[in-house]
Design a protein around this ligand. Structure first.
Ligand code: GUN
Length: 312
């Protein structure tokens, strides 16, 4: 079998185009321009790049985009003060604090300070609780992107066996909840899980978000499995060239899988696209223009609130 690549770049582009149309509708019908504030503490190169991309794409879809670049020694009280300002700023609908934060800052204290209605990352305990209860409002972006990619190639997830490798708050845990809501039987695995290869061999869908280059081998996969690679790992080859690779041994896995995401160009672009989609949803729901769109409604290529004529 030679797996078909799932083109996350193209799928994300389509979602961004849709968000841009929604922004135009909001502007024309309601005189609303969604506002997104992105906050970076320190100068980590990867985080700087992510933040720049997020701000640039926010601008491209028509948002009011604001970036706050703070020095790595900023103290927690100053950061809390900025969040409070953004919470009360009516022109800001979404607040994103790029993680990880420096060690001297209590990241939970920061995440809990964000108004849950502006928490476009879906990391506030309120939003985590809503998701766990099956009533998501703002759900984390990477898991939404993963489900979207899976839905482009599997129409009915009901009853499928899924292994999610990695139990982070950003990806693995919320993704397991979302997939469970779609009727999947989800095994939440991690690097130390016993018999991980055998577990994966039973799965219809394998998602790896472990951050371990080349972890998932071709012979870990059932023939025809769908493979989603969330890993972004920096490797240096013997010649000294830096390369970004995923968690999946791509060539081997392609021999067994039916569909597979590449790295780069798979899940990564979807995360940013869902950040934009969440910001539109936050702009709409904060103003009580319409009941909040549910995940099933907005996904995944079906109806979104703006198109349902929320402006009325
Ligand atoms: N760091 C890595 N992924 C993410 C993300 O999705 N959101 C934020 N805020 N920080 C991250």
């Amino acid at each position: 079998m030679n797996a078909v690549r799932i083109d996350g770049k193209a799928i994300a582009e389509a979602l961004r185009a849709r968000v841009a149309r929604e922004v135009t509708s909001l502007q024309v019908q309601c005189n609303i321009t969604p506002g997104l504030a992105v906050v970076l503490v320190g100068e980590d190169p990867a985080s700087s790049l992510y933040v720049k991309t997020k701000a640039k794409q926010a601008q491209a879809v028509g948002f009011k985009s604001r970036q706050f670049l703070l020095p790595s020694n900023v103290d927690q009280a100053q950061l809390l003060e900025l969040i409070e300002q953004l919470n009360t700023d009516v022109s800001i609908d979404g607040i994103l604090i790029q993680l990880p934060l420096p060690g001297h800052i209590d990241h939970w204290r920061i995440l809990e300070a964000i108004d849950p209605a502006k928490d476009v990352d879906g990391f506030h305990p309120y939003n985590i609780g809503r998701l766990a209860a099956g009533r998501p409002i703002l759900a984390p972006c990477t898991p939404l992107g993963v489900v979207h990619l899976i839905k482009t190639v599997v129409s009915d997830l009901n009853g499928l066996d899924v292994v999610v490798i990695g139990r982070s708050n950003i990806v693995g845990k919320p993704l397991a909840v979302l997939l469970g809501d779609f009727g999947c039987t989800v095994t939440g695995a991690q690097l130390q899980t016993r018999n991980l290869p055998n577990l994966c061999r039973r799965a219809d869908i394998v998602v790896s978000a472990a951050g371990c280059a080349g972890l998932v081998r071709g012979d870990w996969l059932k023939r025809g499995a769908v493979v989603i690679d969330v890993g972004i790992n920096r490797t240096v080859d013997p010649a000294g060239a830096v390369k970004i690779v995923g968690d999946v041994a791509f060539a081997e896995a392609s021999e067994r899988a039916s569909y597979i995401t590449p790295v780069p160009g798979g899940v990564g672009p979807m995360t940013v696209a869902y950040l934009l989609a969440n910001t539109v949803d936050a702009a709409v729901s904060r103003r009580a223009l319409a009941p909040m769109t549910r995940l099933e409604a907005r996904q995944i290529g079906t109806s979104r609130v703006v198109e349902k004529g929320l402006a009325g």
